[in-house]
Design a protein around this ligand. Structure first.
Ligand SMILES: Nc1ncnc2c1ncn2[C@@H]1O[C@H](COP(=O)(O)OP(=O)(O)OP(=O)(O)O)[C@@H](O)[C@H]1O
Ligand SMILES: [Mg+2]
Length: 191
């Protein structure tokens, strides 16, 4: 993707999202610098929408997942291959999952179990994923994370640290921008 195309995407997103210039610019910079972005803020401040919108325009393999405390590693890293298991190998089928993604979005990023978060840490840090003991290189360019809150336990601070760009999203401050945002929502348009 050319720089010109990226700048065009930035201009489009700045127009579509009110008072989100820093987040949009930071995300574009992160993509260029192969860095990771964290969006922290209250519900309904366009965190998910903005990232989904950006990633849809970038192309490449995109993986997006909402973590809950019940999420299993299969959801992010793929199911265990039963064929391989017959040969005593513990291999995941990573097709379409995070280890194959160029861009990824993990919503509610602190909610995962420690085994998920540790594997995630290795992926963002070293861009490697262990499959049956063999580290596989992952093509990840940037990981976007979103959450309503800061990580609670110290265990999560290593992952928090890897998000070099962090933005605190706030509700739209200007009343006029708020009205314009409502008017721009297709689902709220009066026929
Ligand atoms: N600044 C803004 N500009 C444009 N649209 C906005 C803005 N803030 C909120 N919205 C709209 O509000 C809706 C909710 O946004 P979204 O679901 O992305 O919020 P969120 O921050 O991810 O919330 P949650 O923390 O609950 O997941 C979207 O339709 C989005 O377009
Ligand atoms: Mg969200």
């Amino acid at each position: 993707m050319t720089l010109q195309k990226l700048l065009q995407i930035e201009a489009e997103l700045r127009k579509a999202y009110f008072e989100r210039d820093e987040e949009v610019h930071g995300s574009i910079v992160a993509l260029l610098a192969r860095q990771h972005v964290l969006l922290l803020g209250p519900p309904g401040t366009a965190k998910s929408q903005l990232v989904e919108d950006l990633c849809a325009r970038i192309g490449g393999n995109y993986f997006s997942w909402l973590l809950t405390k019940f999420s299993t590693p299969e959801e992010l890293f793929g199911p265990i291959s039963l064929k391989a298991l017959e040969q005593d190998k513990y291999t995941r089928i990573i097709t379409g999952k995070l280890p194959e993604a160029h861009i990824a979005f993990i919503d509610e990023v602190w909610k995962g179990s420690s085994s998920i978060l540790n594997t995630l840490l290795r992926i963002v840090n070293e861009r490697k994923f262990d499959n049956n003991g063999a580290p596989v290189k992952v093509p990840l360019q940037s990981l976007f994370g979103a959450s309503n809150e800061l990580p609670e336990s110290g265990e999560l601070s290593a992952l928090y640290d890897r998000f070099l760009l962090r933005f605190m999203t706030q509700y739209i401050a200007s009343p006029q921008n708020f009205v314009n945002m409502l008017a721009s929502q297709p689902s709220l348009r009066i026929p």
